[in-house]
Design a protein around this ligand. Sequence first.
Ligand code: DX5
Ligand code: ZN
Length: 217
Amino acid sequence: MTKIAPSLLAADFSKLAEEIKDCDSLNVDWLHLDIMDGHFVPNISFGPAVVKTIDKLTDKFLDVHLMLSEPEKYFELFARAGADLITFHIEVHPDPVAPAKVLKEMGIKTGLSLNPPTDIEKVLPYLEHFDLLLVMSVNPGFGGQSFIESVIPKIEKARKYIDKHNLSTRIEIDGGIDENNAQRVIDAGVDILVIGSSFFGATDRQALTQQMQSLKR
Ligand code: DX5
Ligand code: ZN
């Protein structure tokens, strides 16, 4: 079974509480929250106050994706706001072991992400310290972009490494995921699909959720 994590960036913020209620009633697995600083990525989204509001509205597992140049400065704020898992990028922390330890000490699950141009070899040696590897399949900053096919071999390499070393690290994919590419990324080794525009823009969210969750390798 595959887990899905709708990205609230694509939700209608004028009725955020209803959008979250809808995710709850559809039994999605996680909520993916995209935090952007206008520096690491060319866009600004929302901060800990909004995460705290979301946390009050739902019991869902909050998967917080920090697209920030200095993520560690904000770990505590997001942890206090209700994050269950915090992901930061290898591009800002080429040696990510110390920040992962900080998160673990706060009782927060750890995620490591890499952008499409970054080699998968940069993250593999550190996966034992992480609960999640978040593979970006678009250049981060905006929802609604097209899936970049060339990330598939990276997923395959990560899957092989994780299986060979018997790690419990899950692989999540983020960017441009829809019905046309979901099975292919799962076959390559993905466990969790982030779905933004194709989830919130779907004409039948229930059918999409069931279809995506039933996909198997
Ligand atoms: C991109 C974000 C993604 C994005 C996914 O910077 O990290 O989580 O919101 O949205 P879609 O599925 O529309 O590409
Ligand atoms: Zn994201």
